[in-house]
Design a protein. Structure first.
Length: 575
């Protein structure tokens, strides 16, 4: 209690980051109250009644784990459920290597690593890199199974007598010779949306030893430099000099243009089930090789990410060991970039398909700065969040073919029940009705739909009523956030810090694609004023709260001034 009070005195008023961290820790400190049996256990239970079932794995499961038919709160049973679920998830679905070769052979990899790039990627790791990457990481980052955090590593890297040994360990890793401790991983489960008694709605975060993360941080930095010229311009996820807002604004502009010209096209938001956790190791290796990554580098990636021994934390108790045969562990600095490369052939297959029309802008509105060159926009991607733009129902048929081919070689699984369809002109057309039914799409966005379109966290309305719904929701979110921080007994200047750093950043993000009414800004200013000044006497003029220091104000950022200008950054997409 004394320590927390000291930290609060030192950081509470001045550090919005500290306040945000407190809130996130409390919201994430959730236990698993109950779990349903995963499909693997259900299948084992069904097969146990069949006399032909003699598999040793099933016998072991029946002997060591109770398998009740309903949701359980018993820790040992929940551990067995978690172990069974993740062993099933991380077990490879067999793929013919020749099938992967045939799939990739039909895709043009126009951008490949040069000899100079390969040499730079595989150049020996230096002490400066080790120190730099250990210092860039947060000192409070959770350690792995060895319990050694980044502060310990920083001291270790500074000891001259250990320098040669450390460099030898890290450079040997380039050849696939890695310490066994790097593959001993603990997994923490964080809640997602949906029914939390289902393990599908928990996100597995790998707690990797910090010395291993220093290595993957170095690889991530080196790969990131080269990713811009290798990945197509429509992929904006986790790549230097690319921003999520570009894709949000691009889709917003496409919808606005389609409404203005009554374009009959449609967009589809795809959802992959456990996208990172299903990446096939053989497929990933073949893709990296196609981009010109050196053989030793590809072998190194395979050694680090596949064949790991993991244990899942269930309410403070670890499961038995699970072998990770496939999947990119979430929580590793390199995983997002590797997933981009794994997804890239799927995007390239769509982009290079001459029979796939995509969204073709009206004549004279083709491209920013290049109106004489008419080209279509076929897809937008932010990591595994893929938006595919369609001109007519045959495009949807072609898309399903691309999805099937990609899934067959990569172990990917598309969740069609979560696929969303967007009528670009806002009008629900009968032209698309049969194609939508064939794909079992049930979530539709148009002018009269009850739910609003949300893409990458950006709200895009089709009508005035949807705009009002979005504004009411957003005001409610901001009001709730203000009420949350009001309980901290902050001073006026502490509240100003919260507004300018935490609340304004949320407003800034929403306003990249959304154009609110003046009444919305007026209500937002009132909420912020009430949070900062509350009912203090004498009351302060509202305008003074948002005025600068020089004018006697508190210098709270005015929400109306937070609307960013993103048009220049779209040159990467509208090329």
């Amino acid at each position: 209690a004394l320590k927390s009070a000291t930290v609060w005195r030192e950081k509470g008023e001045r550090s919005a980051k500290y306040l945000k961290k407190i809130h996130q820790q409390r919201s994430h400190q959730q236990t698993i109250t109950a779990l349903q049996p995963p499909s693997s256990i259900s299948a084992a239970r069904t097969e146990s009644s069949c006399p032909d079932t003699t598999t040793s794995d099933l016998n072991h499961q029946r002997d060591t784990h109770p398998t009740p038919s309903s949701t359980t709160t018993d820790i040992p049973i929940m551990k067995s459920y978690a172990q069974s679920f993740y062993q099933q998830l991380y077990t490879i679905d067999p793929v013919d290597i020749q099938q992967i070769d045939r799939y990739l052979a039909h895709i043009r990899f126009d951008s490949r690593l040069s000899t100079e790039d390969q040499d730079a990627l595989m150049s020996p790791i230096t002490k400066d890199e080790l120190v730099q990457q250990s210092c860039r990481a947060s000192a409070h980052s959770s350690p792995g199974s060895d319990g050694l955090g980044y502060p310990f590593l920083r001291l270790l890297f500074q000891i001259p007598q250990l320098e040669q040994m450390l460099l030898s360990v890290y450079n040997d890793a380039f050849s696939g010779i890695i310490p066994s401790s790097w593959q001993d991983i603990r997994v923490r489960l964080l809640p997602k949306k949906g029914d939390l008694s289902s393990l599908k709605n928990w996100r597995p975060i790998s707690l990797i030893n910090c010395d291993a993360k220093v290595f993957t941080r170095i690889l991530s930095q080196r790969m990131g430099v080269m990713a811009n010229k290798l990945l197509n311009p429509y992929q904006s996820g986790f790549t230097p000099r690319r921003f999520i807002g570009d894709n949000g604004l691009a889709l917003s502009m496409i919808i606005e243009q389609a409404q203005g010209f009554d374009h009959p096209g449609m967009a589809v938001l795809l959802d992959q089930e456990k996208a990172y956790d299903r990446v096939h190791p053989g497929y990933l290796s073949k893709v990296l090789t196609s981009f010109g990554f050196p053989v030793n580098f590809v072998r190194c990636i395979s050694s680090i990410f596949f064949g790991n021994k993991i244990r899942i934390n269930v309410n403070g108790f670890f499961t038995e060991m699970v072998e990770q045969q496939r999947g990119l562990r979430q929580g590793d600095p390199l995983s997002p970039l590797l997933f981009n490369f794994a997804l890239e052939p799927f995007l390239l297959a769509i982009l290079q398909d001459s029979h796939f029309s995509g969204y073709l802008p009206p004549l004279g509105h083709a491209n920013v700065g290049n109106a004489h060159h008419q080209s279509s926009i076929k897809c937008l991607a932010y990591a595994d969040d893929v938006c595919v733009l369609l001109n007519s129902p045959p495009d949807l048929d072609r898309l399903q073919q691309h999805m099937s081919e990609y899934a067959s070689v990569s172990n990917a699984r598309f969740n069609k029940s979560k696929t969303e369809a967007i009528f670009l002109n806002g009008i629900q057309s009968r032209t698309w009705a049969q194609a939508i039914r064939n794909m079992n799409i049930t979530i539709l966005h148009h002018r009269v739909s009850n739910h609003t379109l949300r893409y990458l966290g950006f709200y895009i309305p089709f009508s005035a009523s949807q705009r009002r719904t979005i504004q009411e929701h957003f005001l409610s979110v901001i009001k709730t956030q203000c009420q949350l921080y009001s309980t901290r007994q902050l001073s006026i200047m502490g509240k100003v810090t919260i507004v300018n750093v935490l609340i304004s950043s949320k407003i800034w993000y929403y306003l990249r694609t959304f154009r609110p009414t003046q009444a919305f800004f007026s209500s937002l200013r009132s909420i912020i004023y009430q949070f900062v000044w509350q009912k203090k006497s004498p009351p302060l003029a509202k305008d003074l709260v948002f005025a600068s220091w020089e004018k006697g104000g508190l210098q709270v950022l005015d929400p109306q001034s937070l609307r960013p200008s993103s048009i220049p950054s779209l040159s990467r997409i509208c090329h």
